[in-house]
Design a protein around this ligand. Sequence first.
Ligand SMILES: Cc1cc2nc3c(=O)[nH]c(=O)nc-3n(C[C@H](O)[C@H](O)[C@H](O)COP(=O)(O)O)c2cc1C
Length: 183
Amino acid sequence: VQKKTPRPAAPTPDFVAAMGQHVSSVCVITTQHQGKNFGLTATAMSSVCADPPRLLVCINKSGTSHEMILAAGVFCVNVLDEHQEKIGKAFAGMLGKDFDRFSAGEWQELATGAPVLKSASAVFDCEIKQVIDQFTHSVIIGEVLAAQVGRAGDALLYGARKFRTLRKTAAEPMGDKAESLHF
Ligand SMILES: Cc1cc2nc3c(=O)[nH]c(=O)nc-3n(C[C@H](O)[C@H](O)[C@H](O)COP(=O)(O)O)c2cc1C
C-alpha cells in the first residue's frame, strides 16, 4: 500500500450525529468475575465469521464492565427482546447507579459461567480470543461456545436516540431465499 499524507478525520459531532441514524439491536453484555456479575447495555455488536463462530463487541474502557470482562476472559451477549426496554435501560445505568441491574429478568449459566438472560431474543456465550485497543474502546472478539434462540419475540432496537420495535409488514416472508444470503 502506497503511503499517503493522512487525511483529517471528520469532526466527532458529525460522526456521532450520522452514527445515530444507524439502527441496531440492543444487547446486554454480561460477565462473571470472582463470583460477581457485571454487565452493560451495548449496541456495538457484530458477527465476525460463522466458522469458527466469532463475534465482536466494542466496550468503553471507562466503565466498570470493561475491566471485569477482560479479567474474566468470557462474556455473554444477550440480545434483548422488544419487551425488555427496562432491562436495556437498567444496564445502561439509566435507572440510577445504585439500581441492581440483575434484579430484572431471570438469569442462568450456559457454557462460560457468564449470566445468560433466560427470556432474551438470542444469546451468545463467548470466550475472548482477541482484544484490539481503539482509543476510548476495546474491540473484543469472542468465540461463541453456545448460541441459543429464545422464545419467538422480535429483538429490541435502538436508533435516532430512541428504543424502537420492529414494524411488522404484511409482505411475504423470504422463506428459502433467506437461507442463501451470505453474511
Ligand atoms: C442504547 C445504548 C447503547 C449502548 N452501547 C454501548 C456500547 O456498544 N458499548 C459501550 O461500551 N457502552 C454502550 N452504552 C453505554 C453503557 O451501557 C453505559 O455506559 C453503562 O452504564 C456502562 O456500564 P458499566 O460502567 O457497568 O460498564 C450504550 C448505552 C445505550 C443506552
